[in-house]
Design a protein around this ligand. Structure first.
Ligand SMILES: Cc1cc2nc3c(=O)[nH]c(=O)nc-3n(C[C@H](O)[C@H](O)[C@H](O)COP(=O)(O)OP(=O)(O)OC[C@H]3O[C@@H](n4cnc5c(N)ncnc54)[C@H](O)[C@@H]3O)c2cc1C
Length: 466
């Protein structure tokens, strides 16, 4: 029976020409074997080939490229500007400034890449709008904007309330700040387009080829279901699947769902809302609502921080329609009353890898000099995985540059408590955040208990989506 895929990936697969899935059978060798065919794995493969075309690169993917978070995310492409304070605390002033700048450039690079390779993925560089839906949330980005401004890095402007409502398409947003340095994309079409380009560049891609284990000999061997790859270097790009393969990562991330719905196409109604470009809109909650329109006239809306996975294990629900479909459908109607009564075309969800800092981390697996990894994008990965590719390709190619010297490549920056504490704690904090935000939406003061617990999530770096 044909597997039901999340909406974006279904749409992407339907739009592309027949492309056979080739599993690995038997033994092969490579200069570089990349495990995982999402954005991180594919950007790494592509950037290695761009710099060193003769390098023989093999990708092994358990399912098909894009089956993970990359083919099902919200498609909001964001920089790290709003993470400047965290970046400065972790990596110091000059590295923080560099990372803000390169994270903004990554968005431009992705745009240039899709244009150069004619990837038809609805990439729209129309900016990002962070909004407040409750008076308690107004001004939540003021301090980071002031800090960016003081260093000449600020691209945000505070908009009059009327403009916020117009540009976000909804009067539910009562205040907001806009930056042109943001974009949106059809994520499934992006990842499938990257797969096509990687193949054109000579990357060998084996799909339906799960890695079972890796032998970390001098020359590492990646063992798959029906074969093996003997490689000089290996890159592990497994995202939320990392703890399943390598239990030592199980306390470095919390695996938590982000859930999404997309409406039927009604271009006429989209025009009326004013949300007629690709601006990515995010509210100011800890577990944010995020949305954008599509160029065929739909609204895609998602919310992070829903289903937590005990022990960071994968759950069957991550591959099913969203259990939060009803709540998300109601949120669509609340934001866009003119969409009330319309069908929700699809709902889905997926696993996000939330790190303690809200930022990804990279390093050498078990200290092995030829095996590299990266994960922990914390719900903001569509843009930053481009930087993940820059980091991992630099490490693979043995370069001495700003990426290989960056604090980002020094492994995890923190650990969550062991189970069952972590799971119970996650539920406790999630409950407190939900109560606090409900109270704020009603204009009431949240309890001290809920405020204190909510701060734990904020201290761990506010998730952008996950
Ligand atoms: C529902 C959802 C919404 C999101 N929305 C946004 C958003 O709007 N904006 C944003 O910036 N970020 C968003 N994110 C985060 C973003 O999608 C991710 O950070 C990004 O896609 C990570 O890419 P990746 O390549 O590291 O991981 P993935 O795309 O998950 O790739 C990992 C791959 O590894 C494969 N794999 C697993 N096990 C094995 C194995 N044993 N052997 C071989 N392969 C294996 C998987 O099949 C998968 O394809 C969202 C995430 C989710 C889940």
């Amino acid at each position: 029976m044909k597997k039901q895929r999340p909406f974006w990936l279904e749409q992407a697969l339907a739009a592309q020409e027949q492309c056979p899935v080739i599993p690995l059978r038997g033994e092969t060798s490579a200069d570089v074997c990349i495990v995982g065919g999402g954005y991180t794995g594919l950007w790494t493969a592509i950037q290695i080939k761009q710099q060193s075309p003769a390098t023989h690169v093999v990708v092994v993917e358990a399912d098909i490229c894009g089956a993970g978070a990359s083919g099902r995310n919200g498609g909001c492409i964001l920089s790290w500007a709003t993470k400047y304070m965290t970046l400065r605390k972790l990596f110091g002033e000059s590295e923080a400034q560099r990372l803000v700048i390169v994270s903004e450039q990554a968005i431009e690079h992705i745009g240039a890449f899709v244009r150069r390779h004619q990837i038809d993925c609805d990439f729209r560089h129309d900016g990002v709008l962070y909004t407040a839906m409750a008076s308690a949330h107004i001004g939540s980005t003021d301090s980071v904007i002031a800090a960016l401004e003081a260093r000449g890095l600020n691209s945000y402007e505070t908009l009059p309330a009327q403009d916020v409502a117009t540009r976000s398409g909804s009067v539910s947003n009562i205040a907001g700040v806009f930056s042109p340095r943001g974009a949106s994309v059809q994520p499934g079409k992006l990842v499938r387009g990257m797969r096509r380009v990687a193949l054109e560049m000579g990357v060998k891609i084996y799909e339906q080829t799960p890695m079972h284990r890796i032998d970390p000999e001098v020359q590492p061997v990646v063992h798959t279901a029906a074969g093996k790859v003997i490689a000089k270097k290996v890159v592990i790009a497994l995202n939320a699947w990392m703890p399943e393969q390598f239990p030592e990562f199980s306390r470095t991330i919390v695996v938590v769902s982000s859930d999404m719905v997309v409406t039927q196409a009604r271009p006429d109604l989209i025009q009326q809302t004013g949300l007629n470009n690709g601006v990515a809109v995010l509210d100011s909650r800890t577990f944010v609502y995020y949305y954008h329109s599509t160029s065929d006239g739909r609204i895609m809306l998602g919310k992070g921080g829903n289903t937590f996975a005990y022990g960071a294990r994968m759950l069957p629900v991550f591959d099913q329609p969203s259990p939060y479909r009803k709540q998300l459908g109601k949120a669509v109607c609340d934001f866009f009353p003119s969409f009330a009564g319309l069908n929700i075309a699809a709902s889905w969800n997926g696993p996000s890898d939330r790190a303690t800092t809200g930022l990804p981390f990279f390093g050498n697996l078990r200290g092995h000099p030829s095996i590299f990894y990266g994960l922990g994008y914390s719900g903001n990965g569509v843009g930053p995985t481009y930087m993940g590719g820059q980091i991992l390709s630099s490490l693979v190619l043995g370069q001495d540059n700003a990426w290989t010297r960056s604090g980002l490549v020094k492994g995890p920056r923190g650990y969550f408590p062991p189970e069952p504490l972590r799971y119970l704690g996650s539920l406790l904090v999630r409950g407190a955040i939900r109560r606090k935000e409900r109270a704020e939406m009603l204009g009431r003061k949240p309890s001290k208990f809920d405020r204190s617990l909510s701060r734990l999530a904020d201290a761990a770096g506010k998730a952008d989506h996950g």
